[in-house]
Design a protein around this ligand. Structure first.
Ligand SMILES: [Fe+2]
Length: 291
């Protein structure tokens, strides 16, 4: 079993984690779930987080073959094209991205130039697809539930699970976004937990947890099975669905959901400039509550 080398970058501003996964047998790597820094109050974008990833790539002398997303994030902007263009890498996401684009293309009145077929990406991965990162084979598992297009990348003994599971003491991802479903997330989590017990799971977020003062983003299948507070220790599907549904009803929208989705559904590119040559992000009024 190949044991890829993983270097992770935690972003305290958004509680999100970006990973570099490297083939131990070559200089090839992929970057998963990159982050573009965005200050909502001033409308300022910066690339500090992405530049840190590129600096690490340069330090290790790596070739980035892929920039990958686990899903259309609702809490941070993606730096996918910034990294892919500088590194000469391809961009990949799950094949059900079109479902997300159709919902939010309408919400943001994205215009006729906005293709809702995922064509902004180089690769749209189906469930079971495999692709190479150097000498490693990455395998895609569709893991919907948080959103319809969520996927997990399995590379050797490591799995990058996006927003399915969080650390065992924090639980699972919310399921109340359009196309989300607690029942479906439960089934997806079972697919992840069916991987070998020693599989290293790399998460997309951490928020600490009661009694834990440091951020963590790596666990194992065995630890999640035994102790995940939402689905571990033999919790039933019905218990999970009831808990998740009740919890989600009380959650507010993520702070950066409006800028994040309209950028991330375009593979991390900004909307086209308006007639003054400037670029704007929209705040649709009253469109999110009915979804
Ligand atoms: Fe998410």
């Amino acid at each position: 079993m190949i044991r890829p080398e993983v270097t992770s970058f935690f972003d305290e501003a958004t509680n999100a984690v970006c990973h570099i996964v490297r083939d131990p047998g070559s200089m090839a790597c992929a970057v998963i779930d990159s982050i573009l820094d965005f200050d909502m109050a001033s409308g300022t974008i910066s690339q500090t987080s992405a530049d840190a990833v590129l600096a690490e790539v340069a330090r290790q002398g790596l070739t980035v073959e892929w920039v990958l997303e686990s899903h259309v994030h609702a809490d941070h902007l993606s730096a996918m094209p910034y990294i892919a263009e500088r590194a000469g890498a391809k961009m990949g996401i799950g094949s059900r991205i079109d479902e997300v684009q159709r919902v939010f293309g309408k919400v943001f009145n994205a215009g006729t130039d906005f293709q809702m077929d995922g064509s902004q990406f180089d690769a749209l991965f189906e469930d079971g697809d495999t692709f190479a990162i150097g000498g490693m084979t990455a395998r895609v598992i569709h893991t919907p539930g948080h959103t319809p297009a969520c996927i997990t990348y399995v590379v050797g003994d490591a799995a990058f699970v996006g927003d399915t599971l969080f650390m065992p003491d924090f639980g699972t991802a919310r399921c109340d976004f359009p196309g989300g479903s607690a029942e479906v997330l439960y089934e997806s989590i079972q697919k992840v937990l069916a991987l070998p017990d020693e599989t290293r799971l790399f998460l997309c977020h951490d928020y600490k947890a009661p009694g834990r003062d440091e951020f963590r983003w790596e666990t194992t299948v065995a630890e999640e099975k035994a102790a995940n507070v939402h689905v571990g220790g033999g919790k039933t599907r019905d218990e999970f669905v009831a808990f998740r549904t009740e919890r989600d009803a009380k959650l507010g929208m993520p702070k950066l959901i409006l800028p994040s989705i309209q950028v991330n559904m375009r593979a991390g590119r900004m909307p086209p400039p308006e007639d003054d040559g400037e670029t704007y992000l929209k705040i649709p009024l009253g469109r999110m509550s009915g979804l």
